[in-house]
Design a protein around this ligand. Structure first.
Ligand code: ZN
Ligand code: ZN
Ligand code: ZN
Length: 234
Protein backbone atom coordinates (compact mmCIF):
# COMPACT_ATOMS: atom_id res chain seq x y z
CA UNK A 1 0.00 0.00 0.00
CA UNK A 2 1.30 3.45 -0.69
CA UNK A 3 0.22 6.85 0.41
CA UNK A 4 1.93 10.11 -0.07
CA UNK A 5 1.93 13.28 1.93
CA UNK A 6 1.60 16.51 0.07
CA UNK A 7 4.24 18.11 2.23
CA UNK A 8 6.85 16.21 0.31
CA UNK A 9 7.10 18.01 -2.98
CA UNK A 10 7.98 15.80 -5.88
CA UNK A 11 9.75 17.39 -8.80
CA UNK A 12 9.47 14.35 -10.96
CA UNK A 13 6.58 16.05 -12.72
CA UNK A 14 5.79 16.53 -16.39
CA UNK A 15 5.40 12.85 -17.09
CA UNK A 16 1.68 12.55 -16.90
CA UNK A 17 1.73 10.58 -20.12
CA UNK A 18 3.56 7.86 -18.24
CA UNK A 19 0.56 7.77 -15.95
CA UNK A 20 -1.79 4.95 -16.63
CA UNK A 21 0.99 2.76 -17.99
CA UNK A 22 2.45 2.74 -14.48
CA UNK A 23 -0.57 0.83 -13.47
CA UNK A 24 0.44 -2.50 -12.02
CA UNK A 25 -2.14 -5.18 -11.62
CA UNK A 26 -1.52 -6.92 -8.36
CA UNK A 27 -2.92 -10.10 -6.91
CA UNK A 28 -6.31 -10.83 -8.31
CA UNK A 29 -6.02 -7.46 -10.03
CA UNK A 30 -9.44 -6.18 -9.09
CA UNK A 31 -9.67 -2.50 -9.67
CA UNK A 32 -12.33 0.04 -10.28
CA UNK A 33 -12.27 3.40 -11.91
CA UNK A 34 -14.79 6.19 -12.12
CA UNK A 35 -14.93 9.78 -13.25
CA UNK A 36 -15.52 12.59 -10.84
CA UNK A 37 -16.89 15.27 -13.13
CA UNK A 38 -16.51 19.02 -12.90
CA UNK A 39 -14.43 19.33 -9.78
CA UNK A 40 -14.09 22.85 -8.42
CA UNK A 41 -12.16 23.94 -5.35
CA UNK A 42 -13.04 27.32 -3.85
CA UNK A 43 -14.50 28.29 -7.23
CA UNK A 44 -11.36 27.30 -9.08
CA UNK A 45 -11.93 24.92 -11.96
CA UNK A 46 -9.95 21.72 -11.52
CA UNK A 47 -11.64 19.56 -14.13
CA UNK A 48 -12.92 16.03 -14.60
CA UNK A 49 -10.92 13.50 -12.65
CA UNK A 50 -10.49 9.85 -13.47
CA UNK A 51 -10.07 7.91 -10.25
CA UNK A 52 -8.52 4.46 -10.33
CA UNK A 53 -8.55 2.28 -7.28
CA UNK A 54 -6.87 -1.08 -6.92
CA UNK A 55 -8.87 -2.89 -4.29
CA UNK A 56 -6.20 -5.36 -3.20
CA UNK A 57 -3.51 -2.86 -2.46
CA UNK A 58 -5.40 0.36 -1.79
CA UNK A 59 -3.43 1.89 -4.64
CA UNK A 60 -5.06 4.98 -5.99
CA UNK A 61 -4.28 6.89 -9.15
CA UNK A 62 -6.06 10.05 -10.14
CA UNK A 63 -5.73 11.62 -13.57
CA UNK A 64 -6.98 14.98 -14.68
CA UNK A 65 -8.92 14.58 -17.91
CA UNK A 66 -9.58 18.27 -18.53
CA UNK A 67 -6.56 20.38 -17.83
CA UNK A 68 -3.06 20.58 -19.27
CA UNK A 69 -0.92 20.14 -16.18
CA UNK A 70 2.45 21.03 -17.75
CA UNK A 71 2.54 24.43 -16.08
CA UNK A 72 1.48 22.84 -12.80
CA UNK A 73 4.56 20.64 -12.49
CA UNK A 74 2.37 17.80 -13.69
CA UNK A 75 0.23 17.83 -10.56
CA UNK A 76 -3.17 16.44 -11.44
CA UNK A 77 -5.01 18.28 -8.67
CA UNK A 78 -3.74 20.43 -5.79
CA UNK A 79 -3.74 17.31 -3.64
CA UNK A 80 -2.69 14.78 -6.27
CA UNK A 81 0.92 14.27 -7.29
CA UNK A 82 2.36 14.16 -10.78
CA UNK A 83 2.15 10.39 -10.81
CA UNK A 84 -1.48 10.34 -9.91
CA UNK A 85 -0.83 9.64 -6.24
CA UNK A 86 -3.46 11.11 -3.98
CA UNK A 87 -2.50 12.88 -0.76
CA UNK A 88 -4.48 11.22 1.97
CA UNK A 89 -3.36 13.48 4.78
CA UNK A 90 -5.16 12.59 8.01
CA UNK A 91 -7.69 10.58 6.05
CA UNK A 92 -5.29 7.73 5.60
CA UNK A 93 -6.56 6.14 8.84
CA UNK A 94 -10.14 6.13 7.64
CA UNK A 95 -9.07 4.96 4.19
CA UNK A 96 -7.18 2.01 5.60
CA UNK A 97 -10.09 1.15 7.89
CA UNK A 98 -12.65 1.21 5.04
CA UNK A 99 -10.28 -0.77 2.90
CA UNK A 100 -9.78 -3.43 5.57
CA UNK A 101 -13.51 -3.64 6.11
CA UNK A 102 -14.04 -4.00 2.37
CA UNK A 103 -16.36 -1.02 2.42
CA UNK A 104 -15.78 0.16 -1.09
CA UNK A 105 -18.59 2.72 -1.10
CA UNK A 106 -17.31 4.42 2.02
CA UNK A 107 -13.85 4.49 0.51
CA UNK A 108 -15.15 5.96 -2.73
CA UNK A 109 -17.08 8.59 -0.78
CA UNK A 110 -14.00 9.48 1.18
CA UNK A 111 -11.94 9.90 -1.97
CA UNK A 112 -14.62 11.92 -3.74
CA UNK A 113 -14.83 14.22 -0.73
CA UNK A 114 -11.09 14.49 -0.51
CA UNK A 115 -10.84 15.47 -4.14
CA UNK A 116 -13.50 18.12 -3.68
CA UNK A 117 -11.92 19.70 -0.63
CA UNK A 118 -9.08 22.16 -0.67
CA UNK A 119 -6.77 22.15 2.32
CA UNK A 120 -4.72 25.34 2.17
CA UNK A 121 -2.13 23.95 4.58
CA UNK A 122 -0.80 21.10 2.54
CA UNK A 123 -1.39 21.27 -1.18
CA UNK A 124 1.23 20.14 -3.67
CA UNK A 125 0.52 23.43 -5.35
CA UNK A 126 -1.70 26.24 -4.19
CA UNK A 127 -4.87 27.23 -6.02
CA UNK A 128 -3.08 30.39 -7.11
CA UNK A 129 -0.33 28.29 -8.69
CA UNK A 130 -2.99 26.05 -10.20
CA UNK A 131 -4.53 29.05 -11.93
CA UNK A 132 -1.37 30.95 -12.86
CA UNK A 133 1.10 28.13 -13.25
CA UNK A 134 4.02 27.32 -11.02
CA UNK A 135 7.40 28.88 -11.28
CA UNK A 136 8.49 32.39 -11.90
CA UNK A 137 7.65 34.83 -14.58
CA UNK A 138 10.17 35.95 -17.14
CA UNK A 139 11.44 39.44 -16.36
CA UNK A 140 11.03 40.53 -19.97
CA UNK A 141 7.81 39.01 -21.29
CA UNK A 142 6.09 38.18 -18.00
CA UNK A 143 5.15 34.63 -19.03
CA UNK A 144 5.34 32.01 -16.31
CA UNK A 145 7.90 29.26 -16.66
CA UNK A 146 9.21 26.51 -14.48
CA UNK A 147 12.46 27.44 -12.77
CA UNK A 148 14.39 25.08 -15.03
CA UNK A 149 13.43 27.08 -18.10
CA UNK A 150 14.56 30.44 -16.77
CA UNK A 151 18.09 31.77 -16.55
CA UNK A 152 19.23 34.60 -14.32
CA UNK A 153 20.62 37.54 -16.25
CA UNK A 154 22.69 40.15 -14.48
CA UNK A 155 22.01 42.92 -16.94
CA UNK A 156 18.33 43.07 -16.02
CA UNK A 157 18.74 41.46 -12.59
CA UNK A 158 15.94 39.10 -13.45
CA UNK A 159 15.21 35.68 -14.89
CA UNK A 160 14.71 35.32 -18.61
CA UNK A 161 12.96 32.72 -20.72
CA UNK A 162 14.47 31.10 -23.74
CA UNK A 163 12.97 33.53 -26.25
CA UNK A 164 13.92 36.66 -24.32
CA UNK A 165 17.60 35.92 -23.80
CA UNK A 166 20.70 35.68 -25.96
CA UNK A 167 23.95 34.06 -25.01
CA UNK A 168 27.01 36.27 -25.27
CA UNK A 169 29.95 34.06 -26.26
CA UNK A 170 32.39 36.80 -25.38
CA UNK A 171 31.56 37.04 -21.69
CA UNK A 172 29.86 33.64 -21.49
CA UNK A 173 26.63 34.83 -19.98
CA UNK A 174 23.06 35.52 -20.96
CA UNK A 175 21.69 38.98 -21.54
CA UNK A 176 18.22 40.11 -22.48
CA UNK A 177 17.96 39.97 -26.28
CA UNK A 178 17.68 43.75 -26.61
CA UNK A 179 21.09 44.16 -24.97
CA UNK A 180 22.68 41.92 -27.57
CA UNK A 181 24.34 43.49 -30.58
CA UNK A 182 24.21 40.97 -33.37
CA UNK A 183 26.50 43.02 -35.62
CA UNK A 184 29.26 42.45 -33.05
CA UNK A 185 27.99 39.05 -32.00
CA UNK A 186 28.39 40.20 -28.43
CA UNK A 187 26.43 41.95 -25.74
CA UNK A 188 26.33 45.73 -25.84
CA UNK A 189 28.52 46.03 -22.77
CA UNK A 190 31.29 43.96 -24.21
CA UNK A 191 31.05 45.72 -27.55
CA UNK A 192 31.20 49.10 -25.85
CA UNK A 193 34.22 48.17 -23.77
CA UNK A 194 36.33 46.39 -26.36
CA UNK A 195 35.79 48.32 -29.55
CA UNK A 196 37.48 51.52 -30.65
CA UNK A 197 37.21 53.94 -33.49
CA UNK A 198 39.97 53.92 -36.01
CA UNK A 199 41.75 57.29 -35.96
CA UNK A 200 41.60 57.69 -39.71
CA UNK A 201 38.38 56.19 -41.04
CA UNK A 202 36.31 56.45 -37.85
CA UNK A 203 34.89 52.95 -38.31
CA UNK A 204 34.66 50.83 -35.20
CA UNK A 205 36.76 47.72 -34.74
CA UNK A 206 37.58 45.25 -32.02
CA UNK A 207 40.48 46.72 -30.08
CA UNK A 208 42.58 43.67 -30.88
CA UNK A 209 42.14 44.21 -34.59
CA UNK A 210 43.60 47.71 -34.48
CA UNK A 211 47.25 48.61 -34.70
CA UNK A 212 48.63 51.06 -32.19
CA UNK A 213 50.55 53.65 -34.20
CA UNK A 214 53.14 55.43 -32.02
CA UNK A 215 52.81 59.16 -32.20
CA UNK A 216 54.87 61.79 -30.48
CA UNK A 217 52.72 64.54 -29.15
CA UNK A 218 54.46 67.52 -27.69
CA UNK A 219 53.26 66.88 -24.18
CA UNK A 220 52.48 63.15 -24.31
CA UNK A 221 55.45 61.17 -25.46
CA UNK A 222 54.68 57.51 -26.04
CA UNK A 223 51.06 58.06 -27.13
CA UNK A 224 49.51 55.82 -29.75
CA UNK A 225 46.65 56.16 -32.17
CA UNK A 226 44.44 53.19 -33.05
CA UNK A 227 44.54 52.42 -36.74
CA UNK A 228 42.68 49.80 -38.74
CA UNK A 229 44.31 47.66 -41.39
CA UNK A 230 43.30 50.25 -44.01
CA UNK A 231 45.00 53.03 -42.11
CA UNK A 232 47.91 54.49 -44.02
CA UNK A 233 50.02 56.71 -41.93
CA UNK A 234 53.18 55.45 -43.43
ZN1 ZN B 1 10.43 35.88 -21.73
ZN1 ZN C 1 28.77 39.89 -23.11
ZN1 ZN D 1 40.40 52.90 -40.38
Amino acid sequence: MSYSQCGVKSRTGLNRNAGPTNWVEGGSGSKVSWTLAGVELDEVWIGDLEVNLALDELDVYVWNLSVDTDDKNGYQHPHVGSEGDICWGDNVIAAVAYHRAGDFFALKDLMDNLLQTYNAHSPYISLDEWVNGVGESCYECGERYSDDDLVWAEDVEGSLCDSCRTYCERCEHYVVYRHYDSSWEACEYYAANYTLECATCSDKFWEDDLTAMPIAWFDQPGSTLPLCYRGSWR
